[in-house]
Design a protein around this ligand. Structure first.
Ligand code: FMN
Length: 323
């Protein structure tokens, strides 16, 4: 089950994918208890680090309970990424892997030449990534897509390996596809024969069957759990069990979901303060009840009226489910 990213031992095939607005320290700490091999920070702006932007620095909280931890940087030039990295290391944060975001499709990021824009030009990509690998005190990984508008993933992976990268996480969609459409796992089915470094597969990992299928096709060393794990932490446990051939139980229990949600929200409030925490929770909290029938009204109440943690707790404690 275990593999190495540089000198870092990754003890499970199940990785918590980076998600802006979701994978705060509290989320990583909470999900890690269910058996993540690695967690990622939200994407961190290189310029935000350079200018010591308060909301960027807020994203860098950790007490080590989320390790092994990859901190993900994004930026549009080698120079700013190098400066951002220098600033990151001056903060004295404990982390294990430096990850580069070469995957983000969002206009705001690609307009500044960041995220998936890097997939367009292999020479620029090689130049930037080799400079970062040289400057980094940690193993470097990259998160990529299949390509910008056409698929060039095999070429990109070779470039990244040549530049000294230790792990590649591949979202099996192009930039043009955004987050919809079927991921094309077949596009990386021969990758194991082409590169020696480990890689992970991402895209539509919503069930144990999805994960087993993705690994079967791609022979990936790991799967990245993104939307499929939001509000469903036991998904991580089940995936670990499935990969080691143990029996697992996919039934989601209402009372357990309530206690998970409370644990995670209390920590999130401690981390970000009540106002910001409630912004995160409005999107995330209803998802804890997605697999439980008869909770539509509960989810609506959470989404429409969450401004205080007490309010969330009152809503869920007062809700009576017909079992
Ligand atoms: C809300 C959200 C935020 C995301 N933010 C990031 C990010 O900051 N960095 C990154 O590399 N990928 C990010 N992703 C992409 C995920 O890591 C993952 O590759 C993608 O969601 C595909 O997996 P899925 O179809 O199983 O959700 C984000 C995805 C979502 C849904």
């Amino acid at each position: 089950m275990s593999f190495k990213i540089g000198n870092i031992e990754i003890k499970s095939k199940v990785i918590l994918a980076p998600m802006a607005g979701i994978t705060s320290f509290s989320y990583r700490k909470f999900m890690n208890k269910f058996g993540c091999g690695l967690t990622y920070s939200e994407m961190i702006s290189d310029c935000g680090l350079m200018y010591k932007n308060q909301s960027t620095l807020e994203l860098l909280q950790s007490d080590g309970s989320d390790r092994p931890l990859a901190i993900q940087l994004f930026g549009g030039s080698k120079e700013t990424l190098l400066k951002g990295l220098q600033e990151l290391n001056s903060l004295g944060i404990e982390y294990d892997i430096l990850d580069l975001n070469l995957a983000c499709p969002v206009n705001k990021v690609v307009k500044g030449n960041g995220g998936s824009t890097w997939l367009k030009n292999q020479n620029l990509l090689f130049d930037m990534v080799s400079a970062i690998v040289k400057a980094s005190t940690r193993p470097v990984s990259c998160k990529i897509r299949l390509g910008w508008d056409k698929i060039n993933v095999l070429e990109t992976c070779k470039t990244l390996e040549r530049a000294g990268v230790s792990f590649i996480a591949i979202h099996c969609r192009t930039r043009t596809q955004g987050y919809t459409g079927k991921p094309d796992y077949e596009a990386i089915k021969d990758l194991k024969d082409i590169i020696k470094i480990p890689f992970g597969v991402s895209g539509n990992i919503f069930s144990v069957e999805d994960a087993l299928n993705a690994v079967k096709i791609t022979k990936a060393d790991a799967v990245l759990v993104a939307r499929g794990g939001i509000g469903n932490p036991e998904f991580i446990t089940n995936l670990n069990k499935a990969f080691t051939g143990e029996k697992y139980n996919e039934i989601v229990d209402f009372d357990r979901q309530i206690s998970y949600l409370k644990e995670y929200s209390r920590d999130l409030v401690k981390e970000r303060g009540e106002k910001k925490a409630c912004q995160y929770l409005r999107g995330i909290a209803p998802k804890f009840f997605n697999s439980i029938s008869g909770t539509k009204e509960l989810k609506n109440q959470i989404t429409s009226s969450l401004v205080l943690l007490d309010q969330l707790f009152k809503i869920i404690d007062n809700f009576k489910i017909n079992k």
